[in-house]
Design a binder for this molecule. Structure first.
Ligand SMILES: CC(C)(COP(=O)(O)OP(=O)(O)OC[C@H]1O[C@@H](n2cnc3c(N)ncnc32)[C@H](O)[C@@H]1OP(=O)(O)O)[C@@H](O)C(=O)NCCC(=O)NCCS
Length: 371
């Protein structure tokens, strides 16, 4: 038995490859560094779904489909308005994606064609759900998506009601590219397990959202920010980190099941965080992050992961802390859906075995005789 399935190869995939020893990541064979430098989220999504980079005409067509599918049904807006205001955004996203299947004309059609249609609808509209919830819980009207903006810029627009600075939109776009797929991570595995029962795409994505939410997975970026806020000043970082480690507590944003070297996405996010700190004049969160990392390198050398610098990046962009994990989800849906196609294309029910460690041959005692 391998606890946590560590080291077990449970699926073949042509979607992404992690080279954990050298700290490299590839989507469909393309180095993440090239995509982060030159691509957009829309183009990266097309790459993940169709297996190769689109031509300009294909990309224009693809981007138009995204724009055309950004709106959510009024019934979903009404559902959001009916939820208690304290509901967490990941709960809201999970609930709304589940409800969306009821309004999807191809909800139970598992053909590749229908799954691509549904993926476009979901990937285009998940940011609308997240942004609408942010507005509704603050007593504001949701902002309708803009047909003039790219995917990332539109996310910021719907959150704030203002067209973002192109540099800020590019930062978010790069974050979305970096989070779009990552081998057989826990949420992708959940999506594939659900797809392997020949269940529908929405069900697979709901499974994945629920799995991403946990602090050992996507929820770590929120925990990193709460840690930075608790530390408060860079010169308090050393005492904080050493105190946590002495208490055998984890420092969020460090450690990884696959990487032995630093996560290549973290290098990008570190640069984005440094740039934002310089441009905004708010250096505090980047400086604390750097200090935490230096102390960790000396005290417990673990690889830095994607969630560490994404915290200070999102915070400096003005994204509310409990929307950090939804930001991860609106990107990773590109990978989740690609994995559903791949699972359906060569399916075998994913059904491992467990090692039973409980008692055997326990006598059935009638209820009146139980002590
Ligand atoms: C990602 C993670 C779940 C991988 O876990 P894993 O492969 O199951 O490894 P374990 O949790 O068993 O950790 C192995 C050892 O490293 C330590 N460790 C792992 N991550 C740590 C962290 N972030 N801070 C401190 N110690 C850590 C564990 O305490 C354990 O030490 P021990 O052997 O002395 O008990 C784990 O590193 C973690 O919880 N990190 C923090 C959460 C996080 O950033 N998640 C986002 C991942 S992208």
């Amino acid at each position: 038995m391998s606890k946590g399935l560590e080291g077990i190869i449970a699926a073949s995939t042509a979607i992404s490859r992690i080279d954990g020893i050298n700290g490299r990541l590839f989507y469909r064979g393309l180095d993440i560094d090239d995509l982060a430098a030159h691509s957009t989220f829309e183009e990266t999504t097309a790459l993940l779904w169709y297996g190769r980079l689109p031509t300009q005409t294909q990309l224009d067509h693809f981007s138009q489909k995204f724009i055309a599918n950004r709106q959510i049904p009024n019934e979903i807006l009404a559902l959001l308005m009916a939820l208690p205001r304290h509901t967490g955004p990941m709960e809201v996203l999970r609930t709304a994606v589940s409800a969306l299947s009821a309004y999807d004309p191809e909800d139970d059609d598992n053909s590749l064609e229908a799954n691509v249609h549904k993926s476009i609808r979901l990937t285009a509209s998940m940011p609308t759900i997240v942004a609408a919830w942010e507005r509704i819980r603050n007593g504001q009207w949701p902002v309708m998506p803009s047909a003039r903006l790219g995917h990332a810029a539109n996310v910021l627009y719907m959150l704030t009601g203002y067209e973002p600075d192109p540099a800020a939109a590019r930062v978010l776009d790069t974050c979305l590219i970096l989070h779009a797929d990552h081998g057989l991570n826990a949420s992708t595995f959940s999506a594939r397990i659900t797809a392997s029962t020949q269940s529908d795409l929405h069900s697979a994505i709901v499974s994945a959202i629920g799995t991403l939410k946990g602090p050992l997975h996507g929820g770590a970026n929120e925990q990193v920010m709460r840690m930075l806020l608790e530390i408060g000043e860079a010169d308090r970082a050393e005492q904080y980190v050493r105190g946590m480690l002495n208490g055998r507590r984890k420092i969020m944003g460090f450690g990884h099941r696959v990487y032995r070297a630093d996560d290549p996405r973290a290098a990008w996010l570190q640069r984005l965080s440094a740039d934002l700190a310089t441009r905004s004049g708010v250096r505090r969160w980047y400086d604390i992050s750097e200090k935490v990392r230096t102390v960790m390198q000396a005290a417990k050398p673990l690889p830095v992961n994607v969630d560490f610098y994404s915290a200070s990046v999102y915070y400096t962009l003005g994204v509310p802390i409990d929307l950090f994990t939804p930001m991860f989800a609106i990107s990773r849906v590109a990978g989740w859906t690609a994995h559903v196609y791949e699972q359906h294309s060569d399916n075998r029910l994913i059904r491992p075995e467990s090692e039973y460690i409980g008692p055997m041959d326990v006598p059935y005692v009638p209820i009146a005789e139980r002590g």
